[in-house]
Design a protein around this ligand. Sequence first.
Ligand SMILES: [Mg+2]
Length: 181
Amino acid sequence: MILYLDVDGVLIPGPDDQGDPPPTHDIHHVTPTGYDKPIKVWLNPHHGPQLAALVADTGLTPVWCTSWRQDASRLIAPCLGLPDWPHVSLPRLPLTTSHPNGYLWKRDHLIQHAAGAPFVWIDDDFTSADHEWAAARVAGGQPTLLVQPQHRVGIQPQDLWTVRTWVSTHRSDGWRQQAEH
Ligand SMILES: [Mg+2]
């Protein structure tokens, strides 16, 4: 079972009306691939240990699914003390919206990556079409959980508990055995 994790709006919440990050988050300066100078990001130092514990306790396989792509592991993870996780190879499309077809553009690429495995997907940018799609997957017997933090708030402890509860429910249903095949 896979845990797909977004960065912007999840680990890096959007700034407030004054352009400021939440007081819970520390400022870092990182230079993304293709940039010639650093940009400012903000991260909550508690999120690293919380996510590491989530992965250790649930057995979920963490995979970044973010427009940060490989920079999530290269730049974001070290700020949080997280190890080198794989990422979904998202193409660089000339998108003007996150939902060019009414649903989150990452979705088709994530499905390819998941290759039928059950998954949890944490992203701030789902539409109602994504939630309907996830419900249809569940109805079809494919365990799927979408967790959607608010963009300006980011991931919260209750989101992680939602994931833990869901995993423990499905573990008792025997998903682990299915996932290992
Ligand atoms: Mg996002």
